[in-house]
Design a protein around this ligand. Structure first.
Ligand code: ADP
Ligand code: MG
Length: 294
């Protein structure tokens, strides 16, 4: 490939809002045959809203939401932004938290007063904090998940206090983009840290049948590696800190423009608008560019 032809390709790319990291990225796009899509923020808008709040008998919903918001104040995750916005909209008095920490793909933690407050998946609370859900909360979580929603658990001082139900919407162009990936010969795979019900609901809406749910950042990376071991050449599209390792390991890492700095830094290509059909444009453009060169 001549450097000039590659530069022309990347110039056209930037007109389309595709930032291409370098000539290698264009080269790799030629052989990509599998496209792994993160769900939240990649296939969905990533603009989540709080749909419901439930509390155990000793905690009213305002307390649950206010505590959640105090921890999520430090979060850049869509779930966190939804929680903070809902507390603000309800005019709740949100206590100040310190020692904030985010665990990608799992949840967030901080100190509120003298107690550790956690907001995250039931499985993270169980595995890392040995916090079990009372039966009524466990039932609420499973009802939400079966219906295709996402419920995060709020815990304080080692006790689950309630759940916050959040949801976002599939990007309007997502189904069209998946159709175009197939036309380009790419096998689409949906990969998410969210629960199986939420994953399945989105997969059905956009026409994907291969779904991996409850993926941690490490298992996202493993999925990419496993596909590569099967002989696939893998493009990974993501937006989150939780996607960074998988994006870096993929043959072609594609970040959504509104994504986190970690995702963008780990990727070969950035789609500025975050529109999924532009990912298909990027693949088409890179292939056309390479055809011109050869
Ligand atoms: P995806 O892979 O679809 O982008 P993530 O890996 O970012 O999803 O998140 C997976 C799950 O981890 C979320 O559905 C949520 O339950 C939990 N989670 C992640 N970050 C947070 C947070 N800031 N607050 C609460 N829960 C979170
Ligand atoms: Mg994401």
């Amino acid at each position: 490939a001549t450097p000039t032809a590659l530069l022309v390709g990347t110039g056209r790319g930037s007109q389309l809002g595709i930032l291409i990291g370098g000539p290698q990225a264009l080269e790799r796009t030629r052989t990509v045959d599998t496209i792994v899509l993160d769900k939240t923020g990649t296939v969905t808008t990533g603009v989540m809203a709080v749909r419901d709040v439930r509390g155990v008998a000793s905690a009213d919903t305002a307390t649950v939401l206010a505590l959640a918001a105090s921890v999520e104040d430090g979060s850049e995750h869509p779930v966190g932004r939804a929680v903070v916005e809902a507390a603000r909209a309800r005019g709740l008095d949100v206590p100040r938290a310190v020692d904030f920490r985010a665990v990608p793909g799992a949840g967030v933690q901080a100190l509120v007063g003298t107690e550790v407050v956690l907001v995250g998946t039931a499985s993270w609370l169980a595995s890392d904090w040995a916090i079990a859900l009372p039966d009524d909360l466990a039932a609420a979580v499973s009802t939400v998940e079966t219906a295709g929603g996402t419920a995060v658990v709020v815990a304080r001082g080692g006790m689950a206090l309630g759940v916050v139900v959040v949801g976002d919407t599939v990007k309007p162009e997502a189904a069209d983009a998946v159709r175009r990936f197939r036309e380009l010969g790419l096998r689409p795979v949906l990969l998410t840290g969210d629960n199986a019900g939420a994953a399945r609901a989105v997969a059905e809406q956009i026409g994907i049948d291969e779904v991996h749910a409850r993926a941690t950042p490490a298992s996202k990376l493993e999925t990419v590696r496993r596909l590569q071991a099967e002989g696939r050449t893998v493009a990974m599209v993501g937006d989150g800190v939780n996607d960074a390792a998988a994006l870096a390991a993929a043959d072609l890492g594609i970040a959504m423009g509104a994504g986190t700095d970690a995702a963008i830094a780990a990727s070969d290509i950035t789609v500025v608008s975050g529109r999924l059909t532009v990912v298909a444009d990027a693949v088409r453009l890179a292939r056309a560019t390479l055809r011109t060169i050869r």
